[in-house]
Design a protein around this ligand. Structure first.
Ligand SMILES: [Mg+2]
Length: 300
């Protein structure tokens, strides 16, 4: 723990971390986060909320955040839903509803979640994908077209984790099998005509409403700043669907992946790109942002 200085009493800024999961906090292939534990522990000790922001479902994320012993809000399905653990938030945030129970989730002995919905219903996405396919004449397959085995072959997740991944509420992940190099502009146009949006994650395209990770982050920031005043945000991600989040952050971090994003540093001033991939890169970047900020503040 030698890298982590004791927080200063004079440090009045309230940090919040917004982080993508796959390829960022979680290893792209193994889905593990062991290398990020030192920074995660630092966040817990300093009471820095770690808000998980993913294209994963509520069911997947609720399980994951418990495995990480996180009690902070989380953002599911590319900004479609924001969930607040009721164990932490006894009183619901304004306009929040009690998240409806989901099938197969009764075994969790918890108080449940409060929910804000920013996305459109999943049924609209399934219909939307059908419309896109018909108009473009492309061979695209969404989660709603695939068996558990087929999804599992794409993700490498086991059967139970895949089942949780199919419990979708706001966003339809899909693959395009033909054409091999799809015209993204055309795809976006056809989606926009239907009031929808296509984004690119680490493995899949995603069909969603006008919601995105950045807008959901904004909602949480506004809500927290009502209680804590000025907030310093750190956002970490590895894919284009994370960029709206990085654009809004005080400390934007691109966690290195196999992909190159030309011109991103010009588009997002102050962007830091990690040297290491996944949770290793995450760990270093978070500790640097938290400690670096402390260092700066000693000169106030
Ligand atoms: Mg990712």
């Amino acid at each position: 723990m030698g890298v982590d200085p004791i927080p200063r009493v004079s440090d009045t800024s309230f940090f919040i971390i917004f982080t993508d999961l796959d390829g960022t906090l979680l290893d792209h292939t193994t889905y593990r986060w062991k290398e990020a534990i030192p920074a995660l522990d630092t966040c817990k000790r300093r009471k820095v909320p770690v808000v998980l922001v993913s294209s994963k479902t509520r069911a997947e994320m609720d399980l994951l955040r418990r495995s990480m012993s996180l009690t902070d809000p989380f953002i599911s399905e590319n900004g479609g839903g924001i969930f607040f653990p009721r164990e932490t938030f006894g009183i619901p945030p304004p306009q929040a509803i009690a998240a409806p129970a989901q099938e197969g989730q009764k075994t969790l002995r918890d108080k449940g979640l409060w929910q804000w919905s920013l996305g459109l219903p999943y049924g609209d996405m399934v219909k939307g994908l059908q419309g896109l396919r018909e108009e473009l004449g492309w061979h695209a397959r969404g989660f709603s077209d695939m068996s558990i085995e087929e999804i599992s072959a794409f993700t490498g997740l086991d059967k139970e984790s895949t089942r949780l991944a199919t419990m979708r509420e706001f966003d339809e992940p899909f693959v395009i099998l033909d054409p091999q190099i799809p015209d993204m502009e055309r795809l976006s146009e056809v989606a926009a005509k239907r009031g929808l949006k296509v984004t690119l994650g680490g493995r899949f395209y995603h069909l969603q409403g006008k919601n995105d990770k950045g807008k959901a982050m904004e909602k949480i920031l506004t809500w927290y700043s009502g209680k804590h005043g000025r907030i310093t945000s750190i956002a970490l991600g590895d894919s284009p669907n994370d960029f709206p989040m990085l654009e809004r952050a005080d400390f934007p971090v691109l966690v290195r992946s196999g992909q190159e994003f030309r011109g991103l540093k010009e588009k997002i001033p102050g962007l830091k790109v990690t040297r290491q991939m996944g949770p290793k890169g995450w760990n270093t970047a978070v500790l640097e942002a938290l400690n670096g900020r402390d260092e700066e503040r000693t000169h106030d």
